[in-house]
Design a protein around this ligand. Structure first.
Ligand code: NAD
Ligand code: LMR
Length: 342
């Protein structure tokens, strides 16, 4: 019940499933980068999921103790540890959902793009092994810069001949979690009910909360729109600066990732009413990848909620046009990185 009460369910029509009913624990989940600031709390949160039968924790070091620790929680999933590239294939075989928070985080003064040189290669190598061992899994990319690492993953999967655009996700859930929190506080709303779609990408001005599409419907002054938009766009930097060199968001990110994992598992389990924002291959705009609300199903992205992009305010239309050049450049940088190494 703790797990169930954590995540508001943004479902459009059906009643929420009854979490008190026993459910089959059928899905296997792998976390790559499981020893890190995100990986550890994420492991804990997903250990509470009633839908998971096995959690595979992978890192280049220090994962044995974390797995031993986590395995003592009396929830149904078994926990296995895998260390270093030689154990990665066995970590991935039979996996339904792979989550990748491997890589370095920002320090104050850095942009997410400053992480490209290190994280691009980490994501490329991990996704190569994913392609060889669980090509049909949902792949959830957390490692920054997401605007480039997702296109990198797509190119790797294409080269391996196993790319399924419906199953590759950039995790932008933290932007939605933040938007919901900040809007609920500002407007004195019951937090569990608030849902703000966040579109575009996951860096600076490419993060575009659509405040006009907030549910329940609420009005904002121009000043509130400006203040909330900038706060949501800079929330990652807010944490980086507060941590003063000790990394970036980990706990809120683990919470957001656990929510996306839970939505993925519900979709895989046949729940026909699961919606999340995610940075995916998209035809909603002229950009090849774009974050928007999508409907998730057994085969991944089932539909795009294109209506979110209709009837935008003048502010949102301008912000959408303004983010496109930066997002386009980040996507192209990711694609070029993989092409260069062919
Ligand atoms: P961290 O340094 O605490 O942990 C990263 C982990 O990755 C470490 O345990 C490290 O050993 C591991 N790692 C490094 N190379 C690896 C490899 N080749 N294979 C497997 N594991 C490897 O960092 P963190 O705070 O957990 O952040 C991880 C990443 O997530 C960063 O790139 C950060 O920018 C990103 N992030 C994204 C979001 C988002 O919203 N998408 C939010 C927060 C952080
Ligand atoms: C975030 O939004 O918190 C992450 O992308 C980490 C960062 O570098 O800000």
């Amino acid at each position: 019940l703790l797990w169930a009460s954590c995540f508001p369910k943004h479902k459009s029509t059906q009643r929420p499933r009854n979490w008190l009913l026993p459910q089959a624990c059928t899905f296997k989940v792998a976390v790559l980068g499981a020893g890190g600031g995100i990986g550890q709390p994420l492991g804990l949160l997903i250990k509470m999921s009633p839908l998971i039968s096995a959690i595979h924790l992978y890192d280049i070091a220090n994962v044995k103790g974390i797995a031993a620790d986590l395995s003592h929680c009396n929830t149904p999933s078994e926990v296995l540890d895998f260390t270093g590239p030689s154990e990665l294939p066995s970590c991935l075989r039979g996996i339904d959902v792979v989550i990748i928070p491997a890589g370095v985080p920002r320090k104050p003064g850095m942009t997410r793009d400053d992480l490209f040189n290190i994280n691009a290669n980490i994501v490329k190598e991990l996704v190569e092994t994913v392609a060889d061992n669980c090509p049909h899994a949902f792949i959830l990319i957390i490692s920054n810069p997401v605007n480039s690492t997702v296109p990198i993953a797509a190119e790797v999967l294409k080269q391996k001949g196993v790319y399924n655009p419906k199953k590759l996700f950039g995790v932008t859930t933290l932007d939605v979690v933040r938007a919901n929190t900040f809007v609920a506080r500002k407007k004195n709303l019951k937090l569990i009910n608030v849902d703000v779609p966040v579109i575009g990408g996951h860096a600076g001005i490419t993060i575009l909360p659509l405040l006009s599409k907030t549910r329940p419907s609420v009005t904002f002054t121009d000043e509130e729109v400006q203040e909330l938009t900038v706060r949501i766009q800079n929330a990652g930097t807010e944490v980086v600066e507060a941590k003063a060199g000790a990394g970036s968001a980990t706990l809120s990110m683990a919470y957001a990732a656990a929510r996306f994992v839970e939505s993925s598992l519900r979709a895989l389990d046949g729940d026909g009413d699961v919606f999340e924002c995610s940075f995916v291959q998209s035809e909603l705009t002229d950009l090849p990848f774009f974050a928007s609300r999508v409907k998730l199903g057994r085969n991944g992205v089932e539909a795009f909620v294109g209506s979110d992009l209709q009837g935008l305010t003048e502010y949102e239309v301008k912000a959408l046009e303004a983010l496109k050049p930066e997002l386009k450049a980040s996507i192209e940088k990711g694609v070029a990185f993989v092409e260069k190494q062919r």
